[in-house]
Design a protein around this ligand. Structure first.
Ligand code: ADP
Ligand code: MG
Length: 394
């Protein structure tokens, strides 16, 4: 178990919190503030417990330079609105300088300040110890609250913990609880659904999950590489030629491990990669040479749905088809509906899968939707995330 903000005394202390305020922007305005809202419970807890709160984050890709189109100013303004109190913001091209240090020193208990974009300094992504120390010098405690960058060892996500005691905020606590604990000690049956575009991206996940799950359901673009490995023709479907042999050995590994690994039984084929394409539903081994598979068919949704509804734990990563086009979103939506109806613990890890669940209006029916695409994938791969590893154990 990792220490959280509730396990330490924060009263009067300067607490520096690494948030994920990497919000989408258009013409200098925030188009979606959900990442800022997501951090509010942690920020409010610290304010209410008389901490002197210093927040920091990156936004966009300023590539180590103080490019003002990536200033955190709009985030400071939105935070002030959401908290109903002024947020101190000193825009420094160096992120930390004398003016920033002074502002941090002068913070009163319950007050909040936001630093400038940490990626204004190239030392951030280099995890430079001197920069980590500069950040650490502002505070007495480090709180990790940015899951989206927890798989990166940067100065503000990992290096800083060499100089300060580190605990988790509420967001990180939740990610560790669901992605970590559910995968490590799941209630069974434990079903994982894997989709997405390419097998290659998901090989380490498949490998790790074969050792843990009872049932593995494969869909999306990666299914065609598995079909090919069984000797089926896949027409013009997305195919990862280099991974065909590997797909065969993963099937074998699953069999030897006693894991039920299922492939789609029917496919929605299209004559072109277009929402208005002519389509045809065929058995998995009858994909016409001049068509491509863009979604799983209704029989697959039924079969997978039965497994999902009976599961005690379900983890889903990767859409079942090209869900961005409505005519090829039925497979993905069907899986989302089955998960919504599953009485067990349901977890979504993966940026596109999360988007699909939101689009289907089923987000509030899931136990947990991870906030970090890349980070959640690494969790499912069984990797140690640097930003999580630095948090002290209870
Ligand atoms: P996640 O972000 O949930 O981890 P991925 O990024 O791995 O998921 O994959 C999502 C992408 O996979 C989507 O853009 C989707 O269009 C694509 N995809 C799914 N099925 C197919 C298919 N049959 N052919 C081509 N692309 C597909
Ligand atoms: Mg993705």
């Amino acid at each position: 178990m990792k220490k959280t903000i509730e396990d330490i005394d924060v009263k009067n202390k300067r607490v520096i919190v690494r948030c994920d305020f990497n919000v989408p922007m258009q013409d200098g305005a925030i188009t979606d503030d959900s990442r800022i809202r997501a951090a509010l419970p942690t920020v409010k807890y610290l304010m209410e417990h008389d901490a002197r709160v210093i927040l920091m984050s990156h936004m966009g890709r300023p590539k180590g330079e103080p490019k003002m189109e990536f200033t955190m100013k709009p985030v400071a303004d939105r935070l002030s609105e959401l908290l109903g109190t002024d947020v101190v913001f000193v825009s420094s091209p160096l992120v930390v300088d004398d003016a920033v240090r002074k502002a941090a020193d002068e913070l009163k208990p319950g007050q909040v300040m936001l630093l400038e974009n940490v990626r204004f300094r190239k030392e951030e992504t280099e995890n430079d110890p001197a920069f980590a120390k500069e950040l650490a010098s502002l505070a007495e405690i480090f709180v990790q609250e940015a899951f989206g960058t927890a798989h990166r060892a940067h100065a503000s996500t990992a290096g800083i913990a060499d100089y300060l005691p580190a605990v988790s905020g509420y967001l990180i606590e939740k990610e560790v609880k669901f992605l970590g604990d559910a995968v490590e000690s799941p209630k069974r049956p434990f079903v994982a659904i894997l989709g997405g575009a390419k097998v290659k991206d998901k090989i380490p996940v498949i490998r790790n999950l074969i050792g843990k799950v009872d049932t593995l359901l494969i869909g999306g673009g990666m299914a065609y590489t598995f079909f090919k490995s069984e000797g089926c023709e896949v027409g013009k479907s997305i195919l990862d030629e280099d991974s065909v042999e590997l797909a065969a050995s993963l099937m074998k590994e699953a069999k030897e491990a006693g894991v039920e690994m299922l492939l789609p039984v029917d496919i929605v084929c299209a004559d072109k990669f277009d929402n208005d394409a002519n389509t045809k539903i065929v058995p998995y081994n009858e994909i016409p040479a001049d068509m491509e598979g863009l979604d799983v068919g209704p029989e697959t949704v039924k079969l997978y749905g039965e497994k999902i509804r009976k599961a005690a734990t379900v983890v889903w990563n990767g859409p079942m088809g090209v869900f961005e086009m409505d005519n090829f979103a039925k497979g993905t939506n069907g899986i989302a509906e089955a998960m919504a109806e599953c009485p067990g613990t349901t977890i979504i890890g993966g940026g596109d899968s999360a988007a699909a669940v939101r689009k289907a209006g089923l987000a509030d029916k899931m136990t947990h939707i991870s906030t970090g695409g890349g980070a959640s994938l690494e969790f499912l791969e069984g990797k140690k995330l640097p930003g999580i590893a630095v948090i002290e154990d209870k």
